[in-house]
Design a protein around this ligand. Sequence first.
Ligand SMILES: [Zn+2]
Ligand SMILES: [Zn+2]
Length: 236
Amino acid sequence: MHKLFKPFIDLIAPPLCILCENPVKDKLICVNCENEIDRNLAIKKNFCLKCGGIFEGNRCPRCRDTKFSFEFNRSVYIYDGKVKQIVEDFKYNKFKKLSDFIAGRMQELLAREYPKIHVLIPIPIHPTRKRERGFSQTELIAKKLSSLTGINCDCENLIRIKHTKSQATLTRKERKSNLKDAFKLIEPSRFRNQNVLLIDDVMTTGITMNEAAKILKKHGARVYTITFAIAFYQNL
Ligand SMILES: [Zn+2]
Ligand SMILES: [Zn+2]
């Protein structure tokens, strides 16, 4: 479109916030919605130092059920309300530009909470699923985060070799066996002695992240993980 016409088009149909549909300028999410979701920043709550999840009482249920191989996980938001909507809108391809917002928030968390990271690795989806969906949402986030931070991103080495059933319908026990040997490293020695950051959009039980972390750790990497959101843990 010619530059001159753009303001007229915007007058007729101003862009709308994807969350509340109020008019917004040059952004996908309006200031009100941003303020609202920022009240759900996970690290502003009582969170677990290992998995980054929110819990009450004195023992984190997620960490009680799974012994994690990563050093620690942190997540930007609690997976609830409008944050859920962001993740779904992004995953189902409606607003790929959301990767800017998601990676931006992750960059802030990375700078505040983590030691020096040498390489970013997105949790891969199986090639069949990637074909169905047309893209890998974690890869988009990782690449964006790489361009924001200057940290190298490796999307080639960690691959998914098992086309697993959707985790959502499975019990915790089934999830563990469903994911066993799901990942493989093409060049196993590549990450030896490196601080690796695994990236995913949402952490639920943490089992997927843990399976990927295990194989990297086994080959000598120190593994940290980050997600955009973390779900309340339910004993499934
Ligand atoms: Zn809004
Ligand atoms: Zn925990």
